[in-house]
Ligand binder design. Structure first.
Ligand code: DCP
Length: 640
């Protein structure tokens, strides 16, 4: 349930910037010949031409909609150009979109506190910049006002017949009798217009913006005039905006709460809430939500712009519509492995580039039971402490899945068993890593973190308690909950047709999902972090499941000993060399830098380099930091 936040000041200037048909723009930049043409980006699966996930404004004019499939889009607009989303690991690869989003963020962040809300949305707190402008170069002091600012839509501003709209806007921007808050907004208009032009020049992308005194109103406004335009909500226009705003259009009211307001209180527009006292709303919906509703009816929202350029979480997901539903555990395992591998890569890059660690691993799925008449039952989301290392993440995700499946099947006693068709189907799977924070500075705290993590979820402990794939039903309730610390999750709010970053505690909404998850795939909406290839494997003399660690350890050893490695391997030396070089090119040095940053005294020599690189040895030793076999090895597992 939404909760009211204290209002810090209504003199803030908050902008919400939303890229226009974002994936299409990214593709059009990649293929400039598509510019100006009706274009759509489609999912990679080719069933009925693939599901549309982004539609250019030219195509929208022909009636093409995101809910269509490629074939349908071609019927309504035969000249449409369909571009397939890039593919990796049998699923959409969104890295280029994340990276493009990051380019935009880095430009916008120059102006003020910046919160990346999704792959293509940003909130900016421009209060300081606006105050400075108002003090130094207020709009009325400017000889020329930029045309882009003059094209702004100012809610509530009347344009008399025959009057010049830009002149009206200019007059509004330069009013000397305006109250302080509107003067600040006028400065915000100029700042945002300028920022949008910078984004266009530097990235070739257009965006739209909403400017007001809080996040809620700015988000509403940015969608009002698209593409490539900006809309301002002066204080006096708030009431007019909300009185005709359908209740379900308001963020967090699209689902059950909004339906309840309609059916219980006859509230159809946000403005209808004004009929109720705060006390009345609290009686119906509790103190916090009641106050929140009372506030939003008046356009009051205290939510701060968070100041976050990096994602709150990482995620990887995929849907399996219709006949593609997964019906056996091995196929679930296969796809979870793929998703976890991607997640793990992104975690490693985040660790390497930003020195951030995630603490919670979550699994979400959508499912059906063929025998279940109660089709509303939801597959429960599950989470557990996150252990770094692709294999560990894969194991834990599978365990979470099985815990969720057992609960989902519950009294229906449908078989979970491995290879046989089982009466259940999985139509969507996603894994996410959340509770991300900076690694505390100072080596000891990092070590404490990883040591703590190791104890909490040591591989051996997990193995002992692990849900066995071969015999999943033999696992008792207690066991499944104890070791994995499996906890119930808030469900992704079903009311959000498009869930962006801010809407869920759980994964901080890495995914935008469609109401109809069969048609539109999960996708992660996280910012770009340069993709590195951590998947190189060299089957050398490692034993056990962490053999993929060896190339990096081998290279580290060679680096420290100053030789190019005489390590024995089943591969020809030249191949090893190529592999090593490629590893070096793709990230290991920066990982080394990471360790050095962590503690300049750490030298990777002697013990850690001379022991046999068996994973059991790696984990078993607990020497001083100089060698820090245990901790280093743990981190190596994390980065392997
Ligand atoms: N996206 C997706 N699946 C969805 C919704 C969106 O893959 N169900 C992707 C493609 C979009 C991008 O996210 O380009 C941003 O989504 P938006 O909802 O912001 O929509 P667009 O940017 O495409 O268009 P608009 O100009 O209407 O904001």
């Amino acid at each position: 349930m939404p909760v009211a936040k204290p209002v810090s000041s209504d003199g803030r200037v908050i902008a919400h910037i939303d890229m226009d048909c974002f994936y299409v723009q990214v593709e059009q930049r990649r293929q400039p010949e598509l510019r100006g043409l009706p274009t759509a980006v489609v999912q990679y699966n080719s069933w009925k031409g693939g599901g549309l996930i982004a539609v250019s404004y030219e195509a929208r004019k022909h009636g093409v909609k995101r809910s269509m499939r490629g074939d349908e889009a071609k019927e309504v607009c035969p000249q449409i150009r369909l571009v397939q989303v890039p593919v990796a690991r049998g699923k959409a690869d969104l890295n280029s979109y994340r990276e493009a989003g990051s380019e935009v963020v880095s430009i916008l962040a120059r102006a003020g506190r910046c919160e990346r809300a999704s792959i293509d949305e940003v909130y900016l707190d421009l209060t300081d910049a606006a105050e400075t402008m108002l003090a130094e170069t207020p709009p009325e002091s400017l000889e020329v006002i930029d045309d882009e600012a003059l094209k702004s839509h100012i809610l509530g501003l009347k344009h008399e017949d025959g009057s010049d709209m830009k002149e009206n806007v200019k007059e509004w921007l330069c009013r000397s009798d305006a109250d302080h808050r509107d003067k600040l907004l006028a400065c915000g208009v100029l700042i945002v217009a300028d920022l949008r032009m910078q984004v266009l020049q530097e990235t070739q992308f257009t965006c739209s913006a909403g400017i007001s005194h809080n996040k809620m109103l700015s988000k509403l406004a940015s969608a009002m005039n698209k593409p490539a335009q900006q809309t301002v909500v002066p204080c006096l226009s708030v009431q007019g905006l909300l009185e005709s705003l359908p209740i379900k259009k308001m963020k967090q009211l699209g689902g059950k709460l909004g339906s309840s307001l309609q059916s219980e209180l006859g509230v159809n527009f946000v403005g209808d809430l004004l009929r109720f006292s705060e006390q009345k709303l609290q009686e119906y919906y509790g103190i916090n939500t009641g106050t929140w509703l009372w506030n939003i009816a008046r356009g009051i929202s205290g939510e701060e712009v968070e100041g976050r350029l990096l994602p709150k979480s990482h995620g990887s997901g995929k849907t399996f519509p219709g006949p593609r539903a997964l019906k056996m555990l091995p196929s679930v395992q296969h796809w979870l492995n793929e998703l976890c591998e991607e997640l793990s890569e992104r975690l490693h890059i985040d660790l390497d580039q930003n020195r951030r660690i995630a603490r919670t691993l979550s699994l979400h799925a959508s499912a059906y039971m063929s025998s279940d008449s109660d089709s509303h039952k939801k597959f429960p989301s599950k989470s557990c402490p996150l252990r770094y290392g692709t294999i560990k993440i894969q194991e834990d995700a599978m365990n979470l899945f099985q815990a969720g499946l057992r609960e989902y099947l519950g009294p229906f006693k449908v078989k979970m068993q491995g290879n046989k068709k089982s009466g259940w189907g999985i139509t969507g799977l996603s894994v996410s890593a959340s509770k991300i924070s900076d690694i505390p500075s100072g080596t000891s705290s990092i070590m404490k973190y990883f040591q703590g993590q190791d104890q909490l979820c040591s591989p051996s402990k997990l193995a002992k308690d692990k849900l066995e794939l071969e015999n999943p039903c033999s696992f008792s309730e207690d066991e499944s909950n104890s070791t994995l610390n499996v906890i119930e999750h808030m469900k992704l709010p079903e009311e959000e047709a498009t869930i962006k970053n801010e809407s869920s505690d759980l994964v901080s909404t890495e995914y935008k999902t469609s109401r109809n998850s069969l048609e539109v795939p999960f996708y992660s909406a996280m910012p770009s972090l340069e993709k590195a290839d951590f998947s190189q494997e060299t089957p050398l003399s490692f034993s056990g499941r962490e053999s993929h660690l060896e190339p990096k350890l081998t290279e580290l050893r060679s680096k420290v000993s100053g030789e190019e490695s005489t390590f024995e391997s089943g591969r020809p030396a030249s191949e090893q060399q190529v592999k090593r070089n490629s590893l070096r090119d793709k990230g290991t040095p920066s990982l080394l830098r990471f360790f050095r940053r962590v503690d300049p005294s750490c030298s990777l020599q002697n013990e850690v380099l001379t022991q046999s690189f068996d994973n059991t040895n790696i984990c078993s030793s607990s020497g001083p930091l100089l060698f820090f076999p245990q901790k280093t090895a743990f981190l190596f597992m994390g980065i392997a």
